[in-house]
Design a protein around this ligand. Sequence first.
Ligand SMILES: [Zn+2]
Length: 277
Amino acid sequence: MRLVRLIIVFGWLLASSVVQAQTWPREERVPGGIAIIKIPQQSEAPPQVVFNKKRVYTAKKDGQWFAWVGIPLNQKLGKTQAYWRTRDGDLPLPFTVKNKDYAIQELKVAPKHVNLSAEDLARVRRETPELRGAMNNFRPVVLPLPSIVLPTEGRQSGSFGLRRVFNGESRNPHTGLDIAAPQGTPIKAALPGRVVAQNHYFFNGKTLVLDHGQGLTSLYCHMSRFADLKVGDEVKAGQLIGEVGTTGRSTGPHLHWTMSLNTARVNPSLFLQKAAN
Ligand SMILES: [Zn+2]
């Protein structure tokens, strides 16, 4: 009897440590947040869920499927719905998006990074579809998600969602988390995935994009140098992917880290155990 109880306790500890090791974001139903919605699908195959006509990441926890719905920063507040595609048609998954007041950040950068020359504008127009294509792709593979690795150690110098004003002019909101660190500090892959873009871009500088499957992607910008990787390579969580730098539109050495779900840029701190900002 005592032995049986011991086995049960040991089994529970093992199971709870397995659950702990799985990355599971915190929920925040706001623009730039994540709605986590239970899907009553019994089968082993991942359920098909769509939001704003984009396929949604699904993950299993304790035998139960959940959709991780990324909410874009420009999402209208109030009632909305994702859809679960079943044999009997699309079933609505309603949820409510609440307001979040993101702070304003004023920055001074080189004028050429705010008012672009015709040549630079042409370059940005070439580069944007390449980056968006890499970030917004839905690859129907289910990869294991071990504990997320903070990509670099340093001071959080810019939180997600800041409404940014460059040299007095309003520009797009901040779609990542900035971590200030000395030039050359290692940058690691947050999760296992495939390298889907690696290039030197006008705004983002030396940048790498990882695809973690099912529309979950991560972006790492402003690097001083890349690790020895190429597009198509598979990386493990924590693997070296580059070094901190200040290439592109940047005010000093830091890593800009973005996480994306169903083409929506979401707050990376929701994936960390401790809230960053
Ligand atoms: Zn940034």
